[in-house]
Design a protein around this ligand. Structure first.
Ligand code: CUO
Length: 687
């Protein structure tokens, strides 16, 4: 029997510990443990005999528990899609839960969590289900093996120590002591960004909500190919700005697949079997043909070249090949969507057989470069899994190439005309950034955060064990925007705000066509303009690009008020990374705002959101099961080439730019735990 709170609408929490992976601990439950989060009223449900279960265990149990699950591996993604479908097909909530409970301990944990989470997202009867944050379920994907071993030992010591010690209800460990590289590795400067917990949660969330395989109703979300392009273009732009503020050159796209990859990465993370570390990649590794029998993946690096050539040929011709020999135009509106689905690829894309799996197999070629034939029984490295891929510097080089390909397509499109950009009778008069210090300056600092990891660690009995880690943060600020309207009636408008670099990576002035590709979105929101001057004050925390850490951590938490829009709740850029670190003298950037016509830009659709329940972050995540709300191309107005040589030459009256500076308010080079650092880090406790 399992316990669930009485009543369909009570919030419930699933606890999916890794207990089965360690033999020397007392196992928790035989079945999925379902805890009441708010309700204390339980009912006991007998597991209904489900004739499909045995077959399902046999089928989904073919992937050994110790294998590192990766959606990039076709065999794994096929099993995951089938398991998601199987979960969704269970015709009552109870049957779904009990089926999941029966399967959980019998199948690969990565496969289980992926399919179960995806089923929860897509089942209309699971709107109230609360799942624990992924870092609690799989702490080994976020925190180093040394840290976790240390935490377990501390927790056990606490349990085994005397009564006075037992009164301590928490053990704290600081993550700072286990860096992934020394400062001799130049790329390590960016580890604070790449290894950020919120950033990696966001990437997992995004791919979980936007899978590339599975039934069409789940995969073919509105503009999903374009969103794949946009969300990765944006994270690359943010990463490149972050590099500038650390006095580093822009990330260099992978281009020659035969050339050694200069960046190495040693993740120091346990795999989910907790018996070994994720594979590392030595600097100057060379890609080799992949022939991994056990994973059922065989391809040559020559084929990767071939698939890239087919995609580039399609881009230059402006027409995609269809299986029947005809072609489809990559037009200015849907072309990028078709192309995104080709490159990733969406298994329901236009011609999977011809274009194959370029992006996914590029991830895999690098992820297996240390053991391309499986001879050493090594698993993928972190670049081979969406939960961990962003930690590796090579991720940004892969996506540098993918972005280059998309930009080659965008460069074939006509420039926006003045009438595409202007908003007649509307003038954007001023834009200021206001904080409690100097105007037009962002202030960043190291924040500290504590989260409880005890649910995902294998020890018994459990005491809370918190981990403390450092992350970039910034002071709250507001945009002060002044707009003049010559309409005699209230006019609804959309305000788009971007941030981009002023100079290139060698300090040069950027041409507009380079600069526009480096802008990233800070916010997009609607306002109603009265006749005459309007002063709009918008708080940074209200950004529709970001979600607060607690929300992204919860991953999949909905309630009835957001029933039209689940999924998005956990998805969004982590708010603490809204603003790049900057430097001590104030790294210069350009802030850009544009007012456009709400009536022509926004899709009219009903979205029920109750304020305060689930912050919206539609820019990078869309709106679940609805149309992407902005009719314009993602990245508008910077997504197309322009004849303007400079940003100021591009500006029309409904746009405004201003130079800003991003300033570390505490010495950013100073590790937060150092006694020599000025005080001032903020500490946030979660859970
Ligand atoms: Cu998100 Cu390559 O797509 O990781």
């Amino acid at each position: 029997p399992i316990l669930i709170p009485k009543g369909e609408r009570n919030p419930i929490a699933f606890n999916v510990p890794n207990s089965y992976i360690s033999s020397n601990i007392q196992p928790f439950q035989d079945y999925l443990q379902i805890e009441a989060a708010q309700s204390t009223v339980y009912e006991t449900i007998e597991i209904q005999p489900n004739p499909d279960i045995e077959g399902a265990i046999k089928k989904f149990g073919t992937l050994p528990k110790t294998v590192t699950f990766s959606t990039f591996i076709p065999k794994h993604s096929k099993l995951a899609s089938e398991l998601t479908e199987f979960f969704i097909a269970q015709n009552t909530t109870t049957r779904f839960f009990t089926t999941a409970a029966a399967l959980r301990d019998n199948i690969n944990p990565g496969l289980f969590v992926h399919a179960f989470s995806q089923a929860v997202i897509h089942r209309s009867d699971c709107l109230n289900v609360k799942l624990p944050p992924l870092y609690e379920v799989f702490p080994e994907k976020f925190f180093s093996s040394a840290t976790l071993t240390n935490m377990k030992q501390t927790a056990m010591m606490l349990v085994n120590s005397g009564p006075s010690q037992r009164n301590l209800d928490k053990a704290f460990l600081d993550l700072e002591s286990n860096p992934t590289a020394s400062d001799r590795e130049p790329e390590h400067k960016l580890a604070y960004f790449r290894e950020d917990v919120g950033l990696n949660l966001h990437h997992w969330n995004w791919h979980l909500i936007n899978p590339f395989s599975g039934p069409k109703e789940i995969v073919n979300k509105d503009r999903r190919g374009e969103l794949f392009y946009y969300v990765h273009q944006q994270l690359l732009a943010r990463y490149n700005f972050e590099r500038l503020t650390n006095s580093m050159l822009f990330t260099e796209k992978i281009s020659d697949f035969k050339a050694p990859i200069k960046e190495g990465y040693f993740p120091k993370l346990f795999t989910n079997s907790a018996t070994k570390n994720w594979a590392s990649r030595a600097p100057y590794s060379v890609l080799k043909d992949i022939d991994r029998e056990a994973d059922e993946v065989i391809f040559e690096i020559r084929e990767l070249e071939e698939w890239r050539a087919r995609i580039m040929d399609t881009i230059y011709k402006g027409r995609a090949q269809k299986p029947d020999g005809t072609t489809q135009e990559l037009d200015a509106f849907e072309g990028i969507d078709i192309l995104g689905d080709i490159v990733e690829p969406n298994v329901h894309g236009i011609n999977l057989q011809y274009y194959n799996s370029f992006h996914n197999f590029l991830h895999l070629a690098i992820a297996w470069s240390h053991d391309p034939t499986g001879t050493h029984l090594e698993t993928v490295s972190t670049i081979g899994e969406t939960q961990t891929a962003m930690r590796d510097p090579v991720f940004y080089r892969i996506h540098g190439l993918i972005n280059f390909m998309f930009q080659q397509h965008k460069d074939t499109l006509p420039s926006y005309t003045t009438s595409d950009l202007e908003f007649k009778k509307i003038t954007l008069v001023n834009l200021e950034i206001v904080t409690d210090a100097k105007p037009n300056t962002f202030y960043t600092f190291w924040g500290k955060r504590q989260v409880d990891l005890s649910r995902g660690l294998d020890f018994f009995p459990r005491n809370p064990v918190s981990i403390q880690f450092k992350h970039l943060n910034h002071r709250n600020f507001s945009y002060y925007i002044k707009v003049n309207s010559d309409y005699s009636f209230p006019k609804k408008a959309l305000i788009r705000i971007f941030l981009g670099p002023k100079f290139g990576d060698t300090g040069e002035e950027l041409s507009f066509n380079r600069q526009r590709k480096l802008f990233f979105e800070l916010d997009k929101f609607d306002v109603t303009l009265k006749k005459g001057y309007n002063t709009i004050i918008r708080k940074s925390i209200d950004s529709t690009v970001t979600v607060p850490f607690a929300q992204s951590a919860k991953t999949l938490e909905y309630n009835e008020s957001t029933s039209n829009d689940p999924g998005r709740c956990g998805c969004g850029w982590p708010h603490h990374l809204l603003i790049p670190k900057g430097n001590q003298t104030g790294y210069p950037g350009v802030i850009f705002a544009m007012v456009s016509d709400y009536g022509s830009d926004i899709i009219s659709q009903t979205i029920r959101i109750q304020a305060g329940e689930c912050k919206t972050a539609a820019s990078y995540c869309g709106v679940f099961n609805k149309k992407y709300p902005d009719k314009r191309a993602m990245g508008y107005p910077f997504d197309r080439p322009s004849s303007a040589k400079t940003l100021s030459a591009f500006i029309v009256p409904n746009m405004y730019t201003r130079m800003i500076r991003s300033h570390c308010s505490y010495p950013c080079e100073c590790p937060a735990e150092s006694p020599l650092c000025p005080q001032g880090v903020s500490l946030i406790r979660d859970g």
